[in-house]
Design a protein around this ligand. Structure first.
Ligand code: NAD
Ligand code: UD1
Length: 337
């Protein structure tokens, strides 16, 4: 089957493309390279052992999307395309709503026009806002604290409504927790532009000498060591979760949300220490004030993914730290060597 990956040149999309190709799927990628680069496509082909049909287009452009769908016999779509920085979304909310919602609507309309019925969507644990309790399952209340989060919340609602109106649609809303790590080859990985917002890319840039030290945002949270606790998941496990979701969508119409996480919570200092131990390298850090909008603890109840999709994360924190470093040390400046 031919699968369209919007945003497939990005961090999670590139890893999913490789897993799909090695599982026998044909991959078509639509990406405007606004947060990625063409080199990722060559590396996906190298690891996937096959050619990718690549369209350098904006998913918000209906004409370009119609052209793609008329040239390719798309059987299912995975919708990664979107802007993803929380702080940027608070300073440029209109760009985030325009891009992320327009991309969702344009994709759904084009799928409808061409009779494509299966869709997997990149949602986020951000839709849980400040959870009442952990682990958080899919029935927990949803509410957001920033425009990026609202674009996920609204896209989910649009998809639920679309599936209600067309009972032959199958849509899986994958709520990712904190994806980190890289393909074990070190050929593809996360390549943030400018200063990273997220913890793991910041740590690996400190380790490789691009930044002096890590700032740990707060050590007075109600957690065992005072630093924030999250559910980190290896990006290759996450990628495999998309294949499991596609297989589920084949047989089950409707729209359902599924957490992709490990169910384990690790603190910022757990990550720093594991990174140092796994890679035998020092990561200097300093305690800094809390970052606005952060919560103490957030980790998933991943049991629905296991029950419905037959999927479970397999890699541990050491694997995540080792593979992140393997990517970073071989690509100190990311894809732009
Ligand atoms: P990424 O930025 O690496 O990948 C997104 C890709 O989408 C990029 O290659 C970008 O060029 C492309 N893109 C953006 N807008 C586009 C448009 N209008 N048309 C065509 N291409 C467009 O991000 P990622 O980390 O791979 O995340 C993938 C998806 O998963 C995003 O929707 C993100 O919000 C979501 N998500 C990511 C995380 C995370 O921690 N990385 C967590 C939860 C959810
Ligand atoms: C953030 C976003 C979330 C998004 C996710 C993936 C916020 C409030 N949330 O999640 O919406 O889905 O990224 O893109 O931005 N930390 C440091 N120093 C750093 C960076 C982070 O101490 O330089 C700490 C944070 O305070 C937090 C933990 O590390 O406790 C993880 O942070 P991060 O990687 O940014 O992920 P989230 O905040 O969980």
């Amino acid at each position: 089957m031919k699968v369209l990956l919007t945003g497939g040149a990005g961090y999670i999309g590139s890893h999913t493309a490789v897993e799909l190709m090695t599982s026998g799927y044909d991959v078509v990628i639509a990406d405007n390279l606004s947060n990625s680069c063409k080199e990722a496509i060559s590396r996906i082909e190298e690891l996937g052992g096959n050619k990718v049909s690549f369209y350098d287009i904006d998913v918000c452009c209906k004409m370009e999307m119609e052209k793609l769908f008329s040239e390719q016999d798309i059987g299912a779509c995975i919708h990664f395309a979107g802007l993803k920085s929380v702080p940027e979304s608070t300073s440029m909310p209109l760009s985030y709503y325009r891009n992320n919602l327009d991309a969702t609507l344009t994709l759904l309309e084009t799928m409808q026009e061409f009779g494509v019925k299966k869709l997997v969507f990149s949602s986020s644990a951000t839709v849980y806002g400040v959870p009442k309790s952990v682990p958080v399952n899919e029935d927990a209340d949803t509410w957001c604290t920033n425009p990026y989060g609202w674009t996920k919340y609204m896209s989910e609602q649009i998809m639920r409504d679309a599936a209600k109106a067309d009972e032959s649609l199958s849509i899986i809303l994958l709520r990712y927790f904190n994806p980190i790590g890289a393909h074990e080859s070190g050929r593809i990985g996360e390549d943030p532009q400018g200063k990273p917002n997220n913890l793991m890319p910041y740590i690996s840039q400190v380790a490789v000498g691009r930044r002096d030290k890590l700032y740990v945002y707060g050590d007075d949270y109600a957690t065992p060591d005072g630093t924030g606790v999250r559910d980190y998941i290896h990006v290759v496990d996450l990628a495999k979760g998309h294949i499991a979701a596609l297989e589920y969508a084949e047989k089950n119409p409707g729209c359902i949300a599924v957490n992709l996480g490990t169910g384990l919570g690790y603190s910022v200092l757990d990550i720093v220490k594991t990174f140092e131990r796994a890679n035998d390298i020092r990561v200097p850090y300093e305690i800094a004030p809390r970052r606005p909008g952060d919560v103490d603890t957030l980790y998933s109840d991943p049991s629905r993914a296991e029950k419905l999709l037959g999927w479970k994360a397999e890699k541990n924190l050491e694997d995540m730290c080792r593979d992140t470093w393997n990517w970073q040390k071989h690509n100190p400046k990311g894809y732009r060597e």
